[in-house]
Design a protein around this ligand. Structure first.
Ligand SMILES: [Zn+2]
Length: 233
């Protein structure tokens, strides 16, 4: 009984933290993915393959550059948990601009692993990466990183330059409050050719967008509710 009470106490203490992590991790990757679309658009980058895949790979290379090992392991683990829940409801559509969710996730885990293979085997294996994929993932990650690093170098602020707010978060919106530190971190890491407003609006769906017409990133407020509903604990 005492052990059970102690266990409940631990669960009660940990549950809100796990829920907050899950929401923030998935918001973070969504921001990095949308930023990928923005970078492709603003720099008019040639993209070989579907732009959604390129935005995902940009997101992972950026996350790899900005986060510690433990933070990145948290992000990919929470992305995996969300993708598995979403896959249960997904209907296969060969014309969808995204790869099927399970495959999109597998590519993300593969790239996560390959970007620092020595440190990440255990986490990647725990998330389902087969041993037979190790070499291919390491090679893919090397090529993907080489492609994006040259782009990131073009966007790196020059030493001693005045700070630039490339991402300009609106005042209102839970998603933007949760992402405030990440947006500040991105602004310290990258300077875009033109500033991009980041807003939260009601859109009637659980989604986020980059609009190239007016160069804006939009988080749907429904995304916060959907992430909370799916979060563990
Ligand atoms: Zn996208």
């Amino acid at each position: 009984m005492i052990r059970l009470l102690a266990l409940c106490f631990v669960v009660v203490l940990l549950a809100p933290a796990a829920r907050a992590d899950f929401v923030i991790s998935n918001l973070r990757f969504t921001l990095y993915h949308e930023l990928g679309h923005a970078v492709i658009d603003q720099l008019a980058l040639p993209v070989f393959g579907p732009q959604e895949n390129a935005a995902d790979s940009f997101g992972l290379v950026l996350a790899d550059r900005m986060h510690s090992e433990s933070e990145l392991a948290r992000i990919i683990t929470d992305m995996t948990a969300l993708a598995r829940l979403e896959a249960e409801e997904e209907l296969f559509d060969p014309w969808d601009e995204y790869m099927p969710g399970a495959q999109r996730l597998a590519r993300a885990i593969c790239l996560y692993y390959g970007l620092n293979a020595e440190a990440r085997l255990e986490t990647a294996r725990g998330l389902g990466m087969p041993t037979g994929s190790k070499r291919g993932c390491a090679e893919d990650a090397r090529a993907t990183k080489a492609a994006w690093i040259s782009v990131l170098r073009r966007l790196t602020p020059s030493e001693g330059a005045a700070p630039v707010q490339s991402l300009r978060a609106a005042q209102r919106g839970k998603a933007l409050r949760l992402l405030a530190k990440d947006i500040a971190r991105i602004n310290a890491t990258l300077v875009l050719p033109r500033a991009i407003p980041v807003v939260q609006v009601d859109c009637g769906e659980d989604n986020a967008f980059y609009f190239d017409i007016d160069e804006r990133i939009e988080f749907c407020s429904e995304m916060i509710d959907a992430l909370r509903a799916r979060s563990p604990g």
